[in-house]
Write a protein of this length. Structure first.
Length: 276
């Protein structure tokens, strides 16, 4: 194996030959040496979206103890003209836990022209923000009127993580007015997180009785997230019919068998009267 010439790689990463440049960045990424950080940050200004995207990936792998430097550089890409770059930047900032970008991500949630980027912004705010942050929660509330349903779903999910019981009346109103079943499922999950009202989990489980395969998958993943966040015993206590309902889903929708069995396996750990 030939020794890697770092100097040559750095020169190639600045080449006007895009194939040569791209291959050099891939090799730099594999090297994981901090000597390349300045060059990678410079590449965030490339005219080519895929060069910027690869530079983001490489910087993430080198970002230990350098979050502030790397985070500040990636924040500049939140206004990039390419949707894929903006989306990668949003998710990278969440991986870096770069909280100085919160206000700009809030703006993206409300104003970015691409719904995928808006959805990513809604999702990562729950990773970056503290609970009950009024500015973040106001942005998420505004996103409940987004014309795209999956953006509304991600906004509701984040409200479930960041909100308080004070948000329950607002979520109740949106549940009544919301036409999308996907979003209504997200609202029930968020309401259960915030208020732990047995009616919400019972409704969520009952939705499985008339769900098509798509909606069943959405509900199962909501239940899975709640169980991962230690709501398993409460779910079994509040909705004891859940095991039988999920067992029927396996028969109706074999493609959901794996997720359904994972949920049943977790729920079988809990018995009524045993809070362990």
């Amino acid at each position: 194996m030939q020794p890697i010439n770092l100097k040559q790689l750095l020169e190639d990463s600045q080449s006007r030959d895009l194939d040569r440049q791209y291959n050099a960045i891939k090799k730099i990424k594999e090297l994981k040496t901090h000597k390349t950080i300045c060059v990678l940050i410079d590449l965030l200004s490339s005219d080519e979206w895929y060069i910027k995207d690869l530079a983001i990936e490489a910087l993430l792998e080198l970002s230990q103890n350098l979050n502030q430097t790397v985070g500040a550089a990636i924040t500049n890409l939140l206004l990039d003209r390419e949707m894929l770059v903006r989306d990668s930047a949003v998710n990278a900032l969440a991986e870096l836990s770069y909280t100085p970008a919160i206000s700009k991500i809030q703006d993206m949630l409300c104003h970015d022209p691409d719904p995928v980027v808006r959805a990513s912004a809604a999702e990562v705010l729950s990773d970056l923000s503290e609970v009950d942050n009024p500015e973040v929660l106001n942005a998420l509330k505004s996103a409940l009127d987004d014309p795209v349903e999956f953006v509304r779903s991600y906004a509701v999910h984040s409200i479930g993580y960041l909100g308080t019981v004070d948000f329950l009346p607002m979520l109740n109103q949106h549940f009544i007015s919301e036409e999308s079943l996907d979003v209504r499922v997200a609202i029930l999950e968020a309401k259960y997180r915030l208020g732990e009202n047995s009616e919400d989990i019972i409704k969520l489980v009952d939705f499985l009785n008339f769900a098509n395969e798509h909606l069943a998958g959405i509900i199962l993943r909501s239940l899975q997230k709640l169980i991962e966040d230690d709501y398993g015993f409460k779910i079994v206590s509040d909705a004891p019919q859940i095991r039988e309902t999920i067992a029927r889903i396996i028969q109706s929708f074999p493609l959901e068998k794996f997720t359904a069995n994972e949920i049943l396996e977790e729920l079988h750990k809990y018995k009524i009267g045993d809070s362990s």
